[in-house]
Design a protein around this ligand. Structure first.
Ligand SMILES: [Zn+2]
Length: 141
């Protein structure tokens, strides 16, 4: 996401610094550029008119919507980052299941019965599942 699309629709655009521009406001009769446009690190484009025009009017005057200044990531940021409580009981149940599978395989090996490829694969899956549960817990912290 960059300010390029918006800037291409505005008049009197002048760069004032890295990621910063002024332009004539699209939402009010603007002789001297009073619209500030700024790119910020998270990909949003900040738009500010000194005459207090609202951003929606500025965008709609040049036929753009919010998507021109907000990357999809920033729009649904809050929804996606909602914390899912990590249920300790569910984790222990899953862990118990995986351990039971491992124990049964060990018993078989103890009786001289080598695990089949499918059983070996299942044991590796058990280990991967526990690992991803750990990673999930780390992400939740
Ligand atoms: Zn304005």
């Amino acid at each position: 996401m960059s300010a390029d699309l918006l800037l291409s629709k505005l008049e009197g655009v002048r760069r004032t610094g890295p990621g910063r521009w002024v332009a004539r406001c699209s939402a009010h009769p603007d002789k001297n550029p009073s619209l500030n446009v700024r790119e910020v690190e998270d990909g949003r484009v900040l738009v500010k008119c000194f005459a207090e025009c609202d951003v929606e009017s500025i965008l709609s005057a040049v036929g753009l919507g919010w998507d021109a200044i907000m990357p999809p990531r920033a729009i649904d940021h809050h929804v996606k980052r909602e914390r899912r409580p990590f249920n300790a009981h569910d984790v222990l149940v899953a862990l118990e299941t995986e351990l039971t599978i491992a124990s049964l395989a060990m018993l078989d090996i103890g009786k001289g019965k080598m695990p089949s490829d499918a059983e070996r694969e299942r044991l590796l899956l058990a280990s991967r599942r526990i690992r991803s549960a750990i990673e999930l817990a780390v992400d939740n912290d």
